[in-house]
Design a protein around this ligand. Sequence first.
Ligand SMILES: [Zn+2]
Length: 236
Amino acid sequence: MNQMALLWAYQAEDMKADRLEREIRRSPLRQQMENDRTQHLEKQKQHKQIENQVNGLADRKDAIRDALQRAQEQLRGLHARYDAAPPSELESVQALIGEVRRCLDTINGYEKELRDIGARVRDLDQRASAIRNEAARLRSDFDKLRAMYDEQMPPKKAALEKQRAVVEQKRAEIPAELMERYLEVKRRIVPPLARLNGDQCSGCNTSLPSAVLHSVRNAGDALVECVSCGRIILRL
Ligand SMILES: [Zn+2]
């Protein structure tokens, strides 16, 4: 095999190794696991927020209960006052009725607020429960993915190591300066080698100017780069 053919064969193995490495790094399982973890954290945050809201409502409920008790005592006081000394003046009767009415309004207002709080707490409890279920589902999803990942990874890593050994073996057959040029182009574009496909570069499908075509066909061992993508064009 000539140097160009060796280099072309090297690229095939090199790309295979890179692909395996990419597969490990960007494993869909790994990405799903990350995704589950992010969502799980979000659920925990939402649950905490609801807990805080429920605690705030419980405090408010305690305060209203105290105020309600005071209003009820006040009402009993008004009744007692009436029983002890029923007013005889119309004005005093009206004033007392007014006080009783205001007291009852206050009591009704507090009772309504207690009912509203009760409804909101029930609603929040339901949401918290749905969030807990969702978090548990994410957790169990994560565990399943983790188990699959742990099972898949060792063979994948072994395959990569094996492929890297193949690449090293092939590399030994290629002259150092050629390899250096390959790696230099690879830093710019992957794969770094292309062939001629009619008058086109097989890497970017650009038709090459005739001067370049002429160089590729008559270059001997010199390497010619595609004017468009910069790949080394091999004459194979
Ligand atoms: Zn090209």
